[in-house]
Unconditional design. Structure first.
Length: 85
């Protein structure tokens, strides 16, 4: 992750309310900050890191699962996000 994204995470920690992952290139972040809501986009790898660091809700579309050619269960995803590396 580049330096600006690290600053982004620190500033918006606990203010990111959800991440919607459409595909590996298009992850939608919904941010609520001081009574305002706005959105931004990031790569899949960064979205997963942000979801873990900010402990926010994450939604994965069926398109991503089909693109990856795998089936991810809620339980498996939870284990992956809770793994300490």
């Amino acid at each position: 992750m580049i330096k600006t994204q690290i600053i982004f995470i620190k500033f918006f920690k606990d203010k990111i309310i959800k991440i919607v992952i459409f595909n590996s290139d298009n992850c939608h972040l919904s941010i609520e900050h001081e009574l305002k809501k706005f959105q931004t986009y990031t790569a899949l790898e960064d979205a997963l890191i942000i979801a873990k660091l900010c402990n926010c809700k994450m939604y994965i579309t069926e398109n991503l699962l089909n693109d990856l050619g795998i089936k991810i269960t809620k339980e498996l995803l939870g284990k992956a996000l809770n793994t300490k590396g």
